[in-house]
Design a protein around this ligand. Structure first.
Ligand code: SF4
Ligand code: SF4
Ligand code: SF4
Ligand code: FES
Length: 568
């Protein structure tokens, strides 16, 4: 252990602890901008400088390790002056345009400048200019980048993709797409993790809210909304509601208040996905097919696999994602129920994800209409649409039916391990004809990046793995290729913690919320009367009156895709 003094307080910390972490342990706040614990400890912004007695230069608290007997001061006039100057230098290269910036109100630079009471910008302004294809789902505004390197390290260390790099040095240092390429020419999975870890408005997802407003205003359109499982675990953060107020049913009321025609649940099509994917798995096992079957509901993962391991695409389940299945059902079966032309239906999905924006435009996953899903919004965009609504004054309302009917198995799709658990609950039924204990497969829950288990199902011993985060996905792919591991069924989610930690979720600065948000989904699962996808009455009715059976010709036509056929 190491003993030191911070602002007159004796602090004892473990060897290797930084001054920043020691101060935090002692309840002393030091502002930070570039720092991300264990991910980005590069000392780039120097907003966290402190004074150490006996040392002439100020030190970056986030990058300086505590030493025995150190005497540290975190808020002397000299320290505060230096912080102000450092932030003013950052602002001199920054396009300060808060009123038109998506991070206005959740921007770390804005907060740091306010906390330091900065009232002027004395240095000559020279923001970097940049060009970007603003039709791409991931948007970068170089003039707002503060070169903090968070995106570089998240993309490289967590997601193993290396899309961003630092070029140049000193005041010419800039972060850009590796190799000076265009974002379209580099392997970006569109997971959005760089967006949620950027402290400012330099990285954002394309905003599609205006298209939704226009559709709502168009009297010839029937606007049908689907809400993904993980959105309900986080939407409160996007509208400033506490978790106990931000219930699933108040979310339904809030979305309905926008003037849309129907509010449905992607959990319904998650149950449908389980019927198709679970049946596909059981069929594969019965046929004795070798190698694992990969889940296909995460478009970030599907993109990753197609870009990085194209030889393994045949192992993907042919089932479309719940988003696309919902769109296909809404524009076929539901259009028929309503007795309307499918082209009149405008299908909006609200997703915790940025890759869904790309997925809904892929031709091969649209079958019922030209576009089965017209627009995919993120949870953050839902928050933007609701800015003028006093959501706290709204009551609670139910989803519309029948596409709002869901089970607890559909809800847990939003957490890592949830698709696996939901699939196993139904695969067990399909193989044995009986329901398992509902919590029988809970071993696959939790935030560990790579989990594995073996479950007896009838005569089969099913070897499964659950992976979240693309760095973990890459390790798994390499291990599979080397023959070091072997599984029957593998769930992969591109974002650490699954969709609950998705790149489209509301950002709470410096906090990783996938665990907390995932827990809310498991609590919802426990509260649902039905917890097996194969017991969803609306899904059963859909099969009875329209699709026939899982994997039927019609189901294949609408709910599956030939993963090998289409390219990015
Ligand atoms: S990044 Fe922050 S400081 Fe810069 S324009 Fe956006 S809100 Fe304002
Ligand atoms: S979206 Fe994901 S893969 Fe693409 S640059 Fe960002 S972190 Fe990297
Ligand atoms: S884009 Fe954002 S995360 Fe990346 S270096 Fe710039 S400010 Fe930092
Ligand atoms: S937070 Fe310490 S240098 Fe940026």
């Amino acid at each position: 252990m190491v003993k030191l003094t911070i602002d007159g307080r004796m602090v004892t910390v473990e060897h290797g602890t930084t001054i920043l972490e020691a101060a935090r342990q002692a309840g002393i706040d030091i502002p930070t901008l570039c720092y991300l614990k264990e991910l980005n400890e590069v000392g780039a912004c120097r907003v966290c400088v402190v004074e150490i007695e006996g040392q002439e230069r100020l030190s970056a608290a986030c990058a300086t390790v505590c030493e025995e007997g150190m005497v540290v001061h975190t808020a002397t006039p000299r320290v505060l002056d230096a912080r102000r100057t450092n932030v003013q230098l950052i602002l001199s290269q920054h396009n300060v345009s808060c009123t038109t910036c998506m991070r206005n109100g959740s921007c770390k630079l804005q907060k740091v400048a306010l906390d330091l009471n900065l009232q002027e910008e004395p240095f000559e302004k020279k923001p970097f200019s940049s060009r970007w294809d603003r039709t791409f789902p991931l948007i970068r505004d170089g003039s707002r980048c503060i070169q903090c390197l968070r995106c570089v390290n998240v993309c490289e260390k967590v997601q193993s993709m290396g899309v961003w790099s630092l070029t140049g040095t000193g005041k010419h240092a800039r972060v850009e797409v590796t190799g000076g390429k265009s974002i379209r020419d580099i392997n970006c999975a569109l997971c959005g993790q760089c967006i949620t870890h950027c402290p400012v408005g330099a990285l954002t997802a394309r905003d599609d809210t205006q298209r939704v407003r226009e559709a709502i205003a168009d009297p010839d359109r029937i606007v049908v909304v689907q809400v993904a499982p993980a959105v309900r675990s986080a939407w409160g953060d996007a509208v400033g509601l506490a978790p106990e107020q931000a219930t699933e049913k108040r979310m339904v009321a809030a979305i309905r208040s926008l003037g849309v025609d129907y509010v449905f649940d992607t959990d319904f099509s998650a149950d449908l996905t389980i019927m198709e994917e679970g049946s596909e798995l059981v069929e594969r096992i019965k046929e004795g097919k070798k190698g694992p079957m990969f889940t296909s509901c995460c478009p970030g993962w599907v993109r990753f696999l197609k870009l990085e391991y194209p030889d393994m695409v045949a192992s993907l389940s042919t089932a479309k994602s719940p988003q696309q299945m919902f769109g296909a059902v809404a524009k076929s079966y539901y259009a028929k129920l309503l007795g309307v032309d499918p082209e009149k239906i405008f299908c909006v999905s609200i997703m915790p994800c940025t890759a869904k924006k790309y997925e809904c435009g892929v031709e091969a996953v649209n079958d019922a209409a030209r576009r089965d899903v017209d627009v995919a919004l993120t949870t953050r965009e839902l928050g933007r649409l609701l800015r003028h609504v006093d959501v706290s004054a709204l009551g609670e309302e139910e989803f519309d039916q029948p596409l709002g009917m869901a089970t607890g198995a559909g809800v847990i799709f939003g957490a890592t391990g949830g698709v696996m658990e939901a699939a196993l609950r139904s695969a067990y039924y399909l193989v044995t004809g009986q329901n398992p204990e509902v919590e029988a497969f809970s071993e696959v829950r939790g935030l560990k990046g790579w989990k594995e288990a073996v479950f007896p199902i009838g005569d089969i011993k099913l070897r499964v793995a659950v992976v979240s985060g693309l760095g973990n996905a890459r390790s798994l792919m390499e291990a599979l290729a080397a023959g070091a591991v072997d599984y029957d069924f593998v769930e992969v989610m591109a974002c650490p913690g699954g969709c609950a930690g998705g790149g489209g979720q509301p950002i709470r600065e410096d906090q990783e919320l996938a665990g907390e948000r995932g827990e809310r989904l498991y609590a919802l699962d426990r509260s649902y009367k039905l917890r097996f996808s194969h017991e969803n009455p609306a899904v059963l009715e859909l099969y009875k009156s329209y699709l026939g059976a899982p994997l039927s010709h019609k189901a294949h036509e609408l709910l599956h895709t030939d993963q090998g056929m289409w390219e990015l």
